[in-house]
Design a protein around this ligand. Structure first.
Ligand SMILES: Cc1cc2nc3c(=O)[nH]c(=O)nc-3n(C[C@H](O)[C@H](O)[C@H](O)COP(=O)(O)OP(=O)(O)OC[C@H]3O[C@@H](n4cnc5c(N)ncnc54)[C@H](O)[C@@H]3O)c2cc1C
Length: 401
């Protein structure tokens, strides 16, 4: 595997690193104290600067105003942007819009693409993805209660979803609902585009998560679909193909998530080292002189490097053999990187002592916010089971000395 970085990507990542450090990270204290919504005007100014630098929407198609970077290139960008919790938003490649853009681009009809892609890629509107249900296991979404029943030329949708992230202020949702209850379990559900101003699309609340009320882009909505009627032309992809499309959305998307998490690791690691070097712990001594802290630093450095190389290897496998054949590598990075990140955040918090628990640094926010990484996009346990199954298959019936 070739780890060299092209000159083009070296230039791009250097520009992004500098911008994140100089323009984006300084907005974080205001976000932590005043909330995301209060800083939207400042964020919009930064987004404008990014557009002028021609670094907007790095992963999105050129024909819709993005930079058209490939998977590995955007992985490097995602690592740089992950250093700030606002990075992906400021550069127009934030979840869940990024995944929605990908599937609209791959499966949308010409009319759907024309209507939704230009404003979405341009950052003029936002969207959300509505799969997980309150009463059913998100880990096994073939058990889905939400239905979309044909009536004339419409679908009528009924169901209760939650964790529809960023629904607050979104212009449309991509909803997963059962359209073909008699079909094979993996062919029962479809994806349907539902504008959020459709009667019957009811945002009940932003769910409070880890002490945060949640608002706007940083909210997680609970949505009640009550006789929510949309034209059948809002079907995304063929009927019954929701699971197949969801796989397309999640596979390569995990590379971006994982590289964002590596960016978070790098940020926390820098904060940890800087604090250890400056915090006096005894007359004439700093924390960095304590062997236990040195061991944490050495361990974290190795863990981050190992996790990063695993992600780049998985991206390389996707490029060479496709997402389906690389599913073991993709599952592995999901739990390895999430757990590495949580360990690095925890160590950084520990080294900061009481300061680490406050919102005077970004660490406590990351500690709360990123715990979810071990749950969404497939919980640790689900990925581990899948990896073990693939491995054991290779051993079945084989004689091992
Ligand atoms: C911050 C955040 C953002 C999210 N954003 C979105 C979004 O935008 N759109 C959306 O649709 N959903 C979203 N989700 C929901 C997410 O996809 C689900 O929470 C996830 O799929 C797990 O489903 P569940 O919560 O129903 O847990 P369950 O399915 O009830 O599982 C609970 C736990 O059981 C264990 N478990 C599950 N299956 C197995 C198994 N086979 N073997 C052993 N143990 C198992 C795991 O530890 C798991 O954490 C988000 C969640 C969070 C926390």
């Amino acid at each position: 595997m070739d780890f060299s970085v092209s000159e083009k990507m070296q230039t791009i990542t250097q520009m992004i690193d500098e911008f994140v450090q100089k323009e984006v990270i300084p907005l974080e204290p205001a976000m932590l104290t005043r909330g995301f919504k209060a800083i939207l005007p400042e964020l919009e100014k930064k987004r404008q600067m990014v557009r002028q630098m021609e670094l907007w929407a790095p992963n999105h198609p050129v024909e819709y105003g993005g930079m058209g970077l490939n998977l590995k290139e955007h992985a490097l960008v995602s690592e740089c942007l992950g250093r700030s919790v606002l990075g992906h938003y400021v550069f127009g490649c934030q979840a869940p819009d990024a995944g929605n853009i990908e599937i609209l681009h791959m499966f949308g009809t010409p009319e759907q693409k024309e209507k939704w892609l230009p404003p979405l890629v341009a950052g003029k509107i936002r969207s959300c993805f509505s799969m997980t249900e309150v009463e059913m296991p998100g880990s096994n979404p073939v058990m889905m209660d939400t239905t979309a029943v044909k009536d004339g030329s419409d679908y009528v949708i009924n169901g209760q979803k939650w964790y529809t992230s960023s629904s607050d202020g979104a212009r449309f949702a991509i909803v997963m609902a059962v359209t073909n209850p008699e079909a094979h379990p993996y062919q029962r559900a479809s994806m349907i585009i539902v504008p959020t101003d459709t009667p019957g699309f009811n945002q009940v609340r932003n769910i409070p998560v880890m002490g945060e009320a949640g608002e706007d882009y940083f909210g997680h909505g609970e949505i009640l679909y009550q006789n929510c009627r949309v034209p059948q032309s809002n079907l995304l992809g063929p009927e019954g193909s929701a699971f197949a499309i969801a796989q397309e959305r999640l596979g390569p998307g995990r590379i971006h998530h994982c590289m964002r998490w590596i960016g978070i690791c790098n940020r926390c690691f820098d904060l940890m080292c800087a604090r250890a070097l400056t915090r006096p712990i005894a007359p004439g001594k700093t924390l960095s002189q304590k062997e236990i802290v040195q061991a944490w630093i050495a361990e974290c450095a190795a863990d981050i490097q190992a996790a990063r190389l695993m992600v780049l290897y998985a991206a390389d496998r996707i490029d060479k053999v496709g997402a389906k054949a690389a599913r073991t590598e993709i599952s592995m990075i999901k739990y390895v990187v999430a757990n590495t990140m949580m360990k690095v955040i925890d160590r950084a918090l520990q080294v900061h002592g009481g300061l680490g628990m406050t919102d005077d640094t970004i660490i406590a926010f990351l500690y709360r916010h990123e715990r979810a990484s071990r749950i969404y996009d497939g919980a640790d346990e689900v990925h581990k089971l899948s990896v073990a199954r693939q491995i054991l298959k290779k051993y079945a019936g084989k004689k091992t000395d």
